[in-house]
Design a protein around this ligand. Structure first.
Ligand SMILES: NC(=O)C1=CN([C@@H]2O[C@H](COP(=O)(O)OP(=O)(O)OC[C@H]3O[C@@H](n4cnc5c(N)ncnc54)[C@H](OP(=O)(O)O)[C@@H]3O)[C@@H](O)[C@H]2O)C=CC1
Ligand SMILES: CC(=O)N[C@@H](CCC(=O)OP(=O)(O)O)C(=O)O
Length: 342
């Protein structure tokens, strides 16, 4: 084993997914697991599926317990990563699954999250133009939000190829694990089962500025995004239906060609064969974003559907993919494109 890792927030969903992936990683050893209120408990009590790690004790999450590692994965509530990272030297790679360092626009941060902006770290989505190279020398990484991962992979190729106008509409369904482990009134079993519900409607969801940031960078100018998230009765997965106004003269063939070119060499972004549409069940547990494109000629819109596992490509898998790059390891190490079905 080449690198020693600590995982903070190991009793939560994102921390659990990072541990699931690291447990099969040939070059990263899980040295330390930490938690908040559950510090002192056995990991097995909170992550019973991680059998080989069941006997590990959850330590407190402090700079002391996290220091001395090659890589620290933070899967903690927003606001925790800045103060912790400040006490970990640059010899430690810090990979933050929280939102604190994803946005470059401090005003957008204050509007959607409130409080002072903690600063911007290299953004952990290697598939975006220029990002892979930046990640190779990073010592701090901001893992993208789960919805922005799906939406950016869905629409960046259309903007980068100059095929879309800056007018985007996204409706995306997420499984309940996206909301974390803590109980919330709208996530009680009987409220979720047998129903799909919208939330964060009307441009207020905090992932909107992150989508705007990524799509505007690809478009080379400001893009507006109308984003409506919905909660679906499933534990994992995001299905994002993304549309953008098509530029005049765009053809279906040119659109498909842009996506084939963009993702030809990407290990974790797959354009499906024509006629096959992404479904969350096709990529559960895999680090792959599945995509399909169409041109709605009557409406004059580019339509892209993306499916990811919110906990894998949308968090834990994306975190390990970027960490691999920053540690000088092969990007795909420890990650799978093989899903779990049914
Ligand atoms: N779930 C998802 O799909 C995604 C999550 N993320 C991000 O990952 C992070 C974790 O999310 P998620 O795993 O879903 O949340 P969970 O609620 O499932 O887990 C939160 C974790 O943080 C720990 N924690 C809470 N408060 C403190 C504290 N004050 N000090 C130390 N540890 C604390 C908890 O420990 P304990 O149990 O001991 O209290 C637990 O291990 C968040 O920033 C989230 O935004 C990002 C993308 C997608
Ligand atoms: C279904 C659900 O509630 N999903 C979460 C987003 C997922 C997430 O964890 O995003 P952050 O990393 O930015 O917190 C939400 O809509 O708030």
């Amino acid at each position: 084993m080449g690198f020693r890792a600590a995982v903070a927030g190991a009793s939560g969903y994102a921390g659990g997914e990072i541990l699931r992936i690291l447990a099969g990683h040939p070059e990263i050893e899980i040295a330390t697991v930490t938690a908040g209120s559950n510090a002192g408990a056995l990991l097995g009590a909170h992550q019973p599926h991680l059998r080989s790690l069941a006997g590990r004790t959850l330590a407190e999450t402090t700079p002391d317990t996290l220091s001395g590692h090659d890589v620290v994965f933070l899967a903690l509530p927003h606001g925790q990563s800045g103060p912790l990272a400040a006490q970990l030297g640059d010899d430690t790679l810090v990979v933050d699954c929280g939102a604190d360092h994803r946005l470059a626009d401090a005003a957008a941060w204050e509007r959607f999250y409130g409080g002072e902006h903690a600063g911007t770290w290299p953004y952990g989505l290697p598939e975006l133009p220029g990002h892979r190279e930046a990640l190779r020398s990073a010592r701090r990484i901001a893992v993208p939000g789960c919805y922005p991962t799906a939406v950016s992979l869905a629409l960046v190729p259309a903007f980068a190829a100059g095929l879309a106008e800056p007018d985007v509409v996204v409706v995306a369904a997420s499984g309940t694990s996206g909301a974390g482990r803590a109980a919330k009134p709208n996530l009680i079993g009987s409220e979720v089962m047998g129903s799909v519900s919208a939330y964060g409607v009307g441009g207020v969801h905090r992932h909107t500025p992150e989508m705007v940031q990524n799509l505007s960078a690809a478009a080379g100018g400001p893009v507006t995004v109308s984003f409506t998230p919905t909660l679906a009765p499933m534990s994992r997965g995001i299905l994002a239906t993304c549309t953008a106004k098509a530029r005049p003269g765009v053809t279906a063939a040119a659109l498909r060609d842009a996506y084939e070119t963009a993702y030809a060499d990407e290990p974790f972004a797959d354009l499906l064969p024509e006629g096959q549409w992404p479904a969350t069940a096709m990529t559960l547990g895999a680090n792959t974003a599945l995509l399909q494109v169409a041109l709605d000629e009557a409406a004059g819109r580019v339509v892209v559907v993306a499916a990811i596992d919110n906990l894998t490509k949308g968090t834990g898998g994306g975190a390990v993919q970027s960490a691999n790059l920053a540690l000088g390891l092969p990007e795909e190490l420890g990650l799978t494109t093989i899903g779990v079905s049914p």
